[in-house]
Structure formats: C-alpha cells, structure tokens
Design a protein. Structure first.
Length: 285
C-alpha cells in the first residue's frame, strides 16, 4: 500500500524543526528520523500525518558522546552506532549486547535510539534500558526545554508524556561505574521478533555483597518498569544461584502481564521468572 498524501518538510536546525512542529502539530504534523515503525504505519494508513518533518539533516542531533558522567545520544543516532560500542566501559558493553538483539541488521542500520523511546513499544529494548538505568529524555519546543525522567515518561503502550509540539533531541544515560555487573535476556518467538518478556539487571559487589541492584522488566506490562521487590531481595546479599532464583520469583509476583495474541498472562508471568533468572546468571560471566 501507499501512504496517504502529506506535505514533506526537511528541517536543517533544531529551531526550525520545533517551529514546524509548533505550526503543524495540531494538524497531525509528525517527526521522522529512522522511520522503521512510522513508515510501515503510514504505508498501511494506520498513521495519516498531514505534515512530515524530517530531522535527518540536523547535524547536531547525530551526537553520540560522553559528557561528564552521562552518555548523550542524539535523536538521529542509529541503533547500529550503539551495537559497535557507543562508548567505552561497562555501559558501552551493556548497550552493545542489547543492540544486537534489536530486530534485524537493516533496521538497526536505520532505526534510532530516540525514535524507539518516543515510539514507546512495551517490548522495545531501549525503553527498558532507559527505565532501568535512570535515563533522562530531553524534549524541546518553541515554549521550553524539558528534561524528563524515563521512569515517568512512559504512560502506556505507545504513549508518553511528550506533548504534540515537542521534539526529543537526545537521551542521557548515566555511566555505569567500573566493576558494575550486568545481564540482559529476552524471549521472542523468532530472532528479531518483538520480545514477549525481557529483563535487564545491574549491580555492584562490595565486600562480597550486592549493592545498587537494578532489575527492570519489559514486554510484559504496557510500560517497562523496575521491580523494587526483586531489588530488595538482592540488596546486601551475596550473589549466588539461589538468591537469583528468589529475586526472579519476586519479579514474577510483582507484574500484571498483558494478555494478547503473542502470549497469555500466565505464560508471560512464567517468562518473567525465566528472563530475570537468566539476566542475573549472565551477570556472573
């Protein structure tokens, strides 16, 4: 199929892009960067924007750099840039491992990190990473610049707190300290399919005990979330297989899974126990 007719605008600066949004947002003006979700929706006429604002020509949005204690990921940075170590250290290795599981190579070469955040698919790896790692999302309009915490950014499946006239210009992820251990696991029916459940775990070990544990789960509820009960089970304990199994059980008990054509509630709950266990086990390698 072909998309419905629309007017195309190629922005060259952030200021031009947000000015176009201010003018056309109330007429269903939309931003395009990677377009790996948006273009198919247009082709099937699930999305029918009257104005499409292309931000790929804005050089400032291609920034991928460490500044201070955060990794700054601009709005047109591709998944593939993170697959090949977007930064040194623990965070770079973690994001690289996650990136390799995103869809297929052509999509990773074109799709963008920030586009995935804005799209807010419950199964998206980057949405899970943002929530678990305490990322910040920078949103700009002609009115103001807002810095939004990822933990409150997602409000439901494919919905966020972003205003129609706001452009996400970058995402900022705090660097992980040296010695941080991490593990990631997801389950999908085929390689490259959307995850039915995914888990990300990070923590450090001091004097043989776990400190600063973070356990996030995605693809299970309409939004990714950290599991406080599982983190509490880990904190202050020595890492071992029985502890990891207990934390995974806490995680499974703490979710209210979706029931859809991909998986039933009960199956997703069992998957949570499996993916959290495997993510924690992988933190030991």
């Amino acid at each position: 199929m072909k998309p419905a007719p629309f007017d195309y605008h190629a922005a060259r600066t952030v200021e031009e892009a947000v000015a176009l949004l201010a003018e056309y947002a109330d007429r269903d003006g939309r931003i395009i960067a990677g377009g790996q979700s948006f273009v198919p929706m247009m082709a099937f006429r699930l999305a029918r924007p009257s104005h499409v604002i292309d931000i790929n020509g804005i050089a400032a949005l291609g920034r991928l750099a460490v500044e201070g204690e955060v990794l700054r990921i601009g709005a047109v940075v591709r998944h593939a840039a993170l697959e090949t170590l977007g930064c040194a250290g623990v965070l770079g290795r973690l994001l690289s491992q996650m990136a390799r599981l995103i869809a297929h190579k052509p999509i990773r070469n074109r799709g963008t990190f920030c586009g995935s955040i804005v799209n807010a698919d419950p199964a998206a790896e980057w949405c899970l990473a943002a929530v678990t790692l305490g990322a910040e999302i920078v949103a700009q309009s002609v009115r103001e610049i807002r810095v939004l915490g990822a933990d409150g950014f997602f409000t439901g499946a494919m919905t966020t707190t972003l205003a129609p006239d706001e452009l996400v210009t970058e995402c900022r992820i705090p660097l992980l300290r040296d010695g941080t251990r991490f593990g990631f696991d997801e389950v999908s029916r085929r390689a490259g399919d959307f995850a039915m459940a995914a888990a990300l775990a990070t923590y450090r070990v001091e004097d043989g005990r776990i400190v600063e544990p973070r356990i996030g789960v995605g693809g299970v509820e309409p939004c990714p979330k950290r599991i406080a009960a599982a983190e509490a089970r880990l904190a202050g304990a020595a890492p071992d297989h029985r502890l990891f199994a207990a934390a995974a059980s806490e995680a499974a008990a703490a979710v209210e899974p979706m029931d859809d054509g991909e998986a039933s509630r009960g199956y997703r709950q069992r998957l949570v126990r499996a993916v959290v266990t495997r993510a924690l086990e992988r933190s030991l390698s």
